[in-house]
Design a protein around this ligand. Structure first.
Ligand code: NAP
Ligand code: ZN
Length: 352
């Protein structure tokens, strides 16, 4: 069986380290991709450290679901992609493609979906799927996306998760033009949320714990920044938002943000802290407010998002790192010390 170089965690407390992993030979519907860049999502860190009680981690764990690369082989039935194409792979690599959710282009909710890493591997290549911190990957063509030619590849990689996760709930809310939109947390997801909200013509406010991010938030397209520890400033915005996207990765008080919504306003959670978030009934019922959630996006919508980014010249702001810096990058992610996404240059794996 072919193999690939990767970086993997062998337990919740061990650093990621070099590991040789098996990859299947492409079947007739598969595309083999040489990975060029892989973004570093906070979900990678949650999973590597086994922080989600709902999704326990199987080790070794090779994370990475923001993948951009070049097609190196295609199966005989593949129609969408050819050798040499630049393509992307996000959080999904398979689904049954027959259930009502798949038929509605919502593969992320298929009961038989396979996530890019830490999902049972239905091909039996390994106990679980292995993600993009690796030199190559083999994926069913339905889950392989086309990448617009005008965009820089290191900055495209994060669109495959951070991009679609913020684009999808904003699109679902409706036409944001002229609406007041808040983005909580200016990290990997948050900075993409700001870019999309701005591109959709919304009045965009960043709600951040980090005063030092103020200037760059404005440069990303925010119209204003509220530092959430400033009670006066928060109070000034009470009852004023149409839509708020919550991208926070850690425990926090969502009632403080529900208070900022207008009557009938919506707060959509995309951040995934493990601990339940207590909600004040009064905070919701006084104002007929809505609290919602959203998970990445389907494949067709992910392609729509990539095409939108091509048209509007949108990519993620990235700090490119070699794979050897990944453990340091995780520590910095926990301190909100990245502008605004790490993107791993996979050429660095060649020396392992
Ligand atoms: P990230 O880059 O670490 O950004 C998270 C941001 O949250 C930080 O930059 C920080 O922004 C803010 N924050 C951190 N700790 C906080 C705290 N204790 N209180 C308030 N704010 C805090 O992470 P990410 O990659 O964007 O991912 C964010 C979350 O989304 C993770 O939980 C991840 O697993 C989840 N996720 C969900 C989906 C989905 O489909 N729903 C997809 C991808 C990721 P400030 O410095 O501006 O405050
Ligand atoms: Zn992610």
């Amino acid at each position: 069986m072919p193999t690939a170089k990767s970086y993997a965690a062998s337990s919740a407390t061990s650093p990621l380290a070099s590991l040789q992993i098996p990859r299947r030979d492409p079947t007739e519907r598969d595309v083999e991709i040489e990975i060029l860049f892989c973004g570093v999502c906070h979900s990678d860190l949650h999973q590597v450290r086994n922080e989600w009680s709902a999704v326990p981690t199987t080790y070794p764990c090779v994370p990475g679901h923001e993948i951009v690369g070049r097609v190196t082989q295609v199966g005989s039935a593949v129609k969408k992609h050819k050798i040499g194409d630049i393509v992307g792979v996000g959080c999904l690599v398979d689904s049954d493609q027959t259930c009502p959710q798949c038929q509605a282009n919502l593969e992320q909710f298929c009961p038989h979906s396979t996530f890019t890493y830490n999902s049972p591997d239905k091909h039996g290549t390994a106990p679980v799927t292995y993600g993009g911190y690796s030199s190559s990957i083999v994926v069913d063509e339905h889950f392989v996306l086309g990448v617009p030619a005008n965009l820089s590849l290191a900055g495209v990689a994060p669109l495959l998760c951070a991009g679609i996760t913020t684009y999808s709930p904003m699109r679902r809310w409706g036409d944001l033009k002229g609406k007041k939109v808040g983005v909580i947390g200016l990290g990997g997801l948050g900075h993409m949320g700001v870019k999309f909200s701005h591109a959709f013509g919304a009045h965009t406010t960043v709600l951040s714990t980090s005063p030092k991010k103020k200037e760059s938030a404005l440069a990303l397209g925010a119209d204003e920044v509220v530092i959430s520890s400033d009670a006066n400033d928060m109070q000034k915005h009470a009852g004023s938002f149409d839509f708020i996207l919550d991208t926070v990765s850690a425990d926090h008080d969502i009632n403080a943000y529900l208070n900022l919504l207008k009557i009938d306003g919506t707060l959509t959670l995309v951040g995934a802290p493990d601990k339940p978030l207590p909600v004040s009934a009064f905070g919701l019922i006084f104002g007929r407010k809505r609290l919602a959630g959203s998970l990445i996006g389907g494949i067709a919508e992910t392609q729509e998002m990539l095409d939108f980014c091509g048209t509007h010249n949108i990519t993620s702001d990235v700090e490119i790192i070699p794979i050897q810096k990944i453990n340091e990058a995780y520590e910095r992610l926990l301190k909100s010390d990245v502008k605004y996404r790490f993107s791993i240059d996979m050429a660095s794996l060649k020396s392992e």
